[in-house]
Write a protein that binds this ligand. Structure first.
Ligand code: ADP
Ligand code: ADP
Length: 229
């Protein structure tokens, strides 16, 4: 089932280099896709176009049933319920506990309190952090903070999990733990799109690789490595 489709997408920031240059790609439900390429290649732009953090200059973007390229402001929050997003720097709210950080994501979409509590406990269990629920972000390790961010992204059961350099601030062992959690989430049926510079992870956990350079896809390889052999 086709889930994400880019057709001739251009993003012009007004710089010399396009953020996306006639980018076309199709991603099916259940896939795990890495986005690789040098700094400034357009990885983050590709990701931000998907959840309409930036708008395309031209071209078509479809995500699930949404025509993202012509989406209205009113529809954007609904699109974003179908996409969980995880960042390099975790982006947890420092004054809220781990439990509250995750609950907040559900409260804003008006889930009932009983439902919120049940779901927060489920996702905390999924990432192995039930015993840290009452801690604050600065009381736990970087790897644990990223697990909380993943739990928060998954709280609403999105069909797609987007991760922009999720292991960028983590040591190799912790990165491996995060990858194992992402693999499990993918095996449970969630589509994953992950931008990364982490060549070890790409080479050890083989998946489809999209390599971007100057806003263009220059390689699309099933089970590929970080670099073309
Ligand atoms: P990557 O994630 O691969 O490092 P980006 O998508 O962040 O690449 O950037 C792609 C290109 O678009 C770069 O040339 C970058 O400078 C430019 N760019 C990204 N975001 C903006 C922005 N908000 N304003 C202007 N230029 C931007
Ligand atoms: P990453 O390497 O993770 O893609 P960057 O450090 O390139 O992140 O970009 C951080 C932020 O700055 C992003 O929101 C991006 O859109 C913005 N940005 C990147 N390049 C430019 C640019 N040339 N002009 C303005 N904003 C930019």
């Amino acid at each position: 089932v086709l889930l994400i489709e880019f057709k001739n997408v251009v993003k012009d920031y007004g710089n010399e280099v396009l953020g996306a240059d006639r980018l076309s790609v199709r991603i099916d439900q259940g896939e795990f896709v890495y986005i690789v390429g040098p700094s400034g290649a357009g990885k983050t732009t590709f990701i931000k176009l998907m959840y309409h953090e930036v708008g395309a200059t031209s071209g078509e973007i479809r995500v699930n049933d949404y025509d993202v390229s012509s989406i209205t402001n009113k529809e954007v929050p609904f699109l974003r319920r179908e996409l969980g997003v995880v960042f390099q720097d975790f982006k947890l709210l420092p004054r809220l506990t781990i439990f509250e950080n995750i609950a907040y994501a559900l409260q804003v979409i008006e889930k009932k309190p009983e439902e919120v509590e049940k779901r927060v406990n489920e996702v905390l269990k999924q990432v192995g952090l039930k015993d840290k629920a009452q801690n604050f972000p600065n009381e736990i390790s970087g790897g644990e903070q990223q697990r909380v961010a993943i739990a928060r992204a998954m709280a609403n059961r999105p069909g797609i999990l987007i991760a922009d350099e999720p292991t960028g601030n983590l040591d190799p062992d912790t990165s491996e733990e995060i990858m194992e959690i992402l693999e499990k989430i993918n095996q449970d049926g969630t589509t994953i799109v992950m931008a990364t510079h982490n060549s070890n992870m790409v080479n050890e956990h083989k998946h489809r690789v999209l390599e971007i350079s100057a806003g263009k896809i220059i390689r699309d390889q099933e089970g590929g490595g970080y670099e073309n052999e």
